[in-house]
Design a binder for this molecule. Structure first.
Ligand SMILES: NC(=O)c1ccc[n+]([C@@H]2O[C@H](COP(=O)([O-])OP(=O)(O)OC[C@H]3O[C@@H](n4cnc5c(N)ncnc54)[C@H](OP(=O)(O)O)[C@@H]3O)[C@@H](O)[C@H]2O)c1
Length: 244
């Protein structure tokens, strides 16, 4: 039985992971913005099998200082956490004619900088006990920056690169850093996109995440075939990448 903290717990992908963790009787601590959704999710998780489910609302954009204290208040002592999953994020409309500087700032700040700060905070906490897993949902969009979502892709690539650098600094320890890279997943974030054969449902992606997080992998492509798609796309010239 583990103590699992999910930041951005109302995310469709994360809530599906939480349900699977609840079946295995893990204790779940949830942070997200929408109180009603958190309440409903926690009731479901208790029914599914978790003994302890606690939640709190927090807008991560408002986290400026005393971050650890603010995360812990009325929730859990972070030293007791075995696994933290970062699942929050926003997808910015990429219309270059309409986009505002403020929106670019917000997306890169939330998906990129805030995520890196939280990864760093947890790495310090986990290093002090030499255990713990930090799992972060980035995206295949961070592997190859496409014209259609270059701001979102850039914000995710910052995090993937940060994880690579931090991991090489703490490799001697038992703290695990996992980068989760989903392909296209049918969730509220992507509801206005036309779907095709490459799209997956969040339940499938969650199953992948939960089963692979306990293995020794450092990067989880989900579904698995995105590893091969991205390996090929990375080899293509930029002009062709953009036509795909
Ligand atoms: N869907 C895809 O195709 C896809 C592909 C690759 C990667 N991803 C990544 O997967 C992760 C989960 O996304 P999803 O697809 O499951 O989308 P989602 O259901 O829309 O979830 C995103 C969640 O982020 C939370 N959030 C956003 N801004 C926040 C803030 N300022 N403070 C706290 N929480 C905030 C929201 O919480 P509230 O509901 O509480 O407001 C929302 O539930 C994200 O990092 C996303 O970038 C998604």
């Amino acid at each position: 039985m583990k103590n699992i903290l999910i930041i951005g717990a109302n995310s469709k992908i994360a809530s599906e992971c939480a349900k699977l963790w609840a079946y295995k009787k893990n204790n779940l601590f949830l942070i997200s913005r929408n109180k009603n959704n958190l309440k409903n999710l926690s009731l479901e998780l208790k029914k599914n099998g978790s003994n302890i489910v606690k939640y709190k609302t927090l807008d991560l954009n408002l986290l400026k200082k005393d971050i650890r204290k603010k995360l812990e208040k009325n929730l859990v002592n972070l030293s007791k956490i075995d696994l933290v999953l970062f699942a929050f994020g926003e997808l910015l409309d990429n219309d270059i004619k309409k986009i505002k500087l403020k929106n670019i700032h917000n997306t890169i700040n939330l998906n990129g900088l805030i995520t890196c700060k939280l990864i760093y905070l947890f790495s310090k906490i986990f290093l002090s006990t030499n255990k713990g897993t930090i799992a972060t949902i980035t995206s295949v969009s961070g592997d190859v920056i496409k014209k259609s979502n270059f701001i979102y892709g850039s914000s995710k690539s910052i995090v993937s690169n940060f994880i690579i650098g931090l991991r090489s600094n703490i490799r001697e320890s038992k703290v695990k850093l996992i980068d989760i890279k989903p392909g296209f997943v049918n969730t509220p974030m992507t509801k206005k996109f036309k779907k095709n054969i490459l799209w997956s449902d969040p339940q499938k992606v969650a199953k992948d995440i939960v089963s692979k997080i306990d293995s020794h992998v450092e990067i989880i492509y989900t579904p698995f075939y995105w590893r091969y798609i991205m390996a090929i796309v990375k080899l293509l010239p930029n002009k062709i990448q953009n036509k795909l």
